[in-house]
Ligand binder design. Structure first.
Ligand code: PEP
Ligand code: MN
Length: 338
């Protein structure tokens, strides 16, 4: 169930409800604090509580059942859109955010060069993978913790927000201590222990859609993170696996408006992993923004032919500059900013 507090309900009233729910064994109240209204989702077997008893508490507006399987991610629960605060970059607000950088972190020099180039073109978030989920164990696996520090150094030096994937629960604290946004990759979308761990970390988390996950499963995976008390969840559509083999994956653009209709969480589109081909990335980036995406994540490498990972989909700096110019009128048409 969802307990909707009255607008601007005082903290004491919210705390009283939280305390009351916590008295029941097996029930966990999770508050979602909005600027106007706080709602409290009750996690667990709620049959043990009497709705009317909770409804009688001071400043409780209403107690509602939740019709969808997702509670905290639902727009029905929280009407205000979530804007994630990553220092001077906000994800989910007026600005369409651009995340760019190499697939994998290779050297300090690469990260420095990439940071300079993507910043100059207008990106505000620097990407780079240190823990790489490669299909074969014989491919480059990433630099691990050493790579995380390289990304941190380059991002800080150039005033960019950083994002990197974490694959193992044992690395969540380390990555969270050095990087601004934790990424959960497509292959780990249903690694429930990892979802719970990043949920406990309270850092912004970008969750990528699983290769064969339905939208419902995708949002339920986000629900795992939210139910640990971490409200800072960003969704990322990165294409799904279909019978089509002209593209690496099939970009499901409809995910953007579907998610916007179901959830208050921001959604980013990754046209790089979705298509796997340089030529297709700019048109798909334009389509994503036109569909209402809150941002895009693009792989950019100063020397694509030499990229240690995903070379076929790495944009050169010149190609990324062109992409940024091409998306500008679309961003404006959507009444948003870059
Ligand atoms: C990535 O962004 O580096 C990545 C591996 O993407 P995905 O999990 O979507 O395949
Ligand atoms: Mn990649």
């Amino acid at each position: 169930m969802i307990i909707v507090m009255q607008r601007h309900a005082p903290k004491e009233s919210i705390d009283r409800v939280l305390k009351e729910i916590s008295r029941y064994e097996g029930l966990n109240p999770v508050p979602l604090i909005g600027t106007e209204r706080t709602v409290i989702a009750v996690i667990g077997d709620e049959r043990v509580i009497d709705e009317r008893h909770i409804a009688s508490f001071p400043d409780v507006d209403k107690v509602m059942p939740v019709l969808h399987p997702y509670k905290l991610a639902s727009l029905e629960t929280k009407h205000e859109r979530t804007v994630i605060d990553c220092g001077n970059v906000k994800i989910g607000g007026d600005t369409v955010v651009i995340m760019a950088g190499p697939c994998s972190i290779e050297t300090d020099e690469l990260m420095d060069e990439a940071a300079i180039a993507v910043k100059k073109a207008g990106a505000t978030i620097l990407r780079g993978g240190a823990f790489k989920p490669r299909t074969t164990p014989y491919s480059f696996q990433g630099l691990g913790r050493k790579g995380i520090l390289m990304l941190e150094t380059a991002a800080k030096k150039h005033g960019l927000v950083s994002i990197s994937e974490v694959m193992d629960v044992r690395d969540v604290d380390f990555v969270g201590n050095h990087i601004d946004i934790l990424q959960v990759g497509a292959r780990n979308m249903q690694n429930f222990d990892l979802l719970k761990e990043v949920g406990k970390s309270k850092k912004p988390v970008m969750l990528k859609r699983g290769l064969s996950a339905t939208i419902k499963e995708f949002i339920l995976a986000a629900e795992y993170i939210l139910s640990q008390g971490n409200q800072n969840v960003i969704l990322c559509e990165r294409g799904i696996r279909t019978f089509e083999d002209e593209t690496r994956n099939t970009l499901c653009i409809a995910t953007v408006p579907i998610v916007k209709g179901i959830s208050h969480l921001p959604i980013i589109v990754d046209p790089s992993h979705a298509t796997g081909k340089v030529k297709l990335i700019p048109p798909m980036a334009r389509a994503a923004i036109a569909a209402g995406a809150d941002g895009i994540m693009v792989e950019v490498h100063p020397n694509p032919a030499k990229a240690l990972c995903d070379a076929d989909q790495a944009l050169s700096v010149a190609e990324f500059n062109d992409l940024m110019k091409e998306i500008k009128p679309i961003v404006t048409a959507m009444k948003r900013k870059l």
